[in-house]
Design a protein around this ligand. Structure first.
Ligand code: SF4
Length: 65
């Protein structure tokens, strides 16, 4: 089973790094100025890892399952 990614939205500062890095995986809610996950699983793990490293508040996480 592939890993699932999620965003702790309450910590997101809306920098859009993740959205720019992996637009097929992360979307941006302009109304609330937070990112959200479009594709929870099946996306490029490499890209997600990069987004995790680049998130300034470390609010992108893998789900433990
Ligand atoms: Fe939010 Fe982190 Fe994505 Fe920036 S990189 S928009 S803080 S989830």
């Amino acid at each position: 089973m592939s890993k699932k990614v999620y965003i702790e939205t309450e910590d997101c500062i809306g920098c859009e790094n993740c959205v720019e890095l992996c637009p097929e995986i992360f979307g941006f809610d302009a109304q609330d100025s937070v990112a959200f996950v479009i594709m929870e699983e099946g996306g490029s793990e490499e890209c997600i890892e990069e987004a995790i490293e680049d998130c300034p508040v470390e609010c992108i996480l893998w789900k433990d399952e």
